[in-house]
Design a protein around this ligand. Structure first.
Ligand SMILES: *Cc1c(COP(=O)(O)O)cnc(C)c1O
Length: 382
């Protein structure tokens, strides 16, 4: 029998979360709700491209970083728009974009040069990206109009098709003033430039009134919320009716009582104050569970919420069984997801975010796909 650890991917939860986002947007923005790029970078935040294709079948488009992920979507039959959020990296990529009809971000002059030097059979759709204050990718505001004009020239030569405008927010999750300032920079730099517009990540998409204030033909780009994670520190996913799309589960493989004064695990980072019954869980940092999870990180054993004790080791961690006297070897454990703490609740004491934990689940963890038609154990081909 394999180790009992398992990542269950709930395909219906992906569809549900997409539906929640679409409904919110329809309520906020009205009849002309923005189109939705479901962001599926990083193997769909660890959920698998194939699962995303099934769960997000009703998205208006799919956005990712990796050309291979985009190609896989086409080969699996996705016929809608695909957008590379960082664009392409070298001239040879342009042929692949052309062949598979993949849209691209254009964020730097080097990409424009590659397009100017290249040839395509079908015009590529593109979003020209402006850096409005994230200070990561994008043309600077004072260089934006010239870059956009070069894109329009490429359009008239038949290299580009639709040309749109995009930017990315640095603090949509925690600071409305910064977002408002970025929007002002965006509005000023793009006044009079036609074409679709894309500015909202999950946090902005879920902020009431934000997408509604963006004029024109709009595409939003939610990621984490579609997987049932919250982009906000102070709003749980559950409070927004989002469902976890991944459950990381395992079982107890040992139990014993640690005497008072004895330490648990490497470094004896937890010392029992009184005799404490503990359970050893088959999950460690080599499975992607964070090694820096401190004592007290929430975990559910046999349906009861308890806590991690001491250091997480490579293949195991230890849970406090005081609140779970009935627990024994074989008892089910939920690290995060359905029936356990949310991934955000686990991430917080670890000093990170749910995004990182979802992306970090290791290849050695078997995936079970809970689909519309329940499928057996799938290997991690995507
Ligand atoms: C990752 C990413 C998103 C999605 O971000 P979430 O916070 O997961 O919604 C949107 N746009 C760009 C450019 C991204 O890189």
């Amino acid at each position: 029998m394999p180790r009992p650890i398992l990542a269950t991917i709930h395909v219906p939860a992906l569809s549900h979360n997409l539906e929640i986002v679409a409904r919110r947007l329809a309520r906020d923005v009205g009849a002309s709700r923005p189109s939705i790029w479901a962001v599926i970078k990083a193997r769909a935040y660890g959920h698998g491209i194939d699962q995303a294709l099934e769960g997000f079948a009703r998205a208006d488009g799919l956005a990712m970083l990796d050309l291979d992920e985009a190609v896989r979507c086409r080969e699996r039959g996705w016929s809608g728009p695909l957008l590379l959020l960082e664009g392409f990296f070298e001239p040879a990529d342009i042929e692949v974009l052309d062949h598979y009809r993949i849209s691209t971000a254009i964020h730097c002059p080097e990409q424009l040069e590659m397009l100017e030097a290249g040839a395509v059979r079908h015009a590529l759709d593109a979003f020209v990206k402006i850096d409005t204050g994230m200070h990561r990718l994008g043309f600077q505001p004072d260089a934006y109009r010239a870059a956009y004009q070069r894109a329009l020239d490429l359009q008239s030569e038949g290299v580009l098709g639709t040309v749109g405008k995009m930017t990315h927010f640095a603090r949509a999750d925690d600071d409305a003033a910064t977002t408002a300032a970025q929007l002002r920079v965006f509005a000023e730099a793009t006044t009079g430039l036609s074409g679709p517009v894309s500015v909202c990540n999950s946090a902005a998409t879920l902020t009431e009134g934000l997408a509604a204030g963006v004029p024109g033909d709009q595409w939003v780009r939610p990621g984490i919320c579609l997987y049932g994670g919250s982009p906000f520190e102070d709003r749980s996913a559950q409070s927004m009716d989002l469902r976890p799309a991944m459950t990381l589960s395992s079982r107890l493989i040992g139990t014993h009582t640690v005497p008072a004064g004895a330490g648990v695990g490497y470094g004896h980072r937890y010392v029992a104050r009184h005799p404490t019954r503990v359970g050893v869980v088959a999950c460690g940092y080599a499975d992607g569970y964070p090694r820096h999870a401190p004592t007290g990180t929430p975990i559910t054993v046999d349906g009861v919420r308890t806590r991690v004790l001491g250091r997480v080791s490579m293949d195991m961690l230890v849970a406090d069984l005081d609140p779970v006297p009935q627990a024994r070897v074989g008892s089910p454990v939920v690290l995060w997801g359905e029936g356990g703490p949310s991934v955000d609740e686990v991430a917080r004491p670890c000093g990170t975010i749910g995004y990182e934990l979802l992306c970090a689940v290791a290849p050695r963890v078997p995936r079970r796909i809970q689909g519309a038609q329940a499928a057996p154990i799938a290997d991690e081909g995507s």
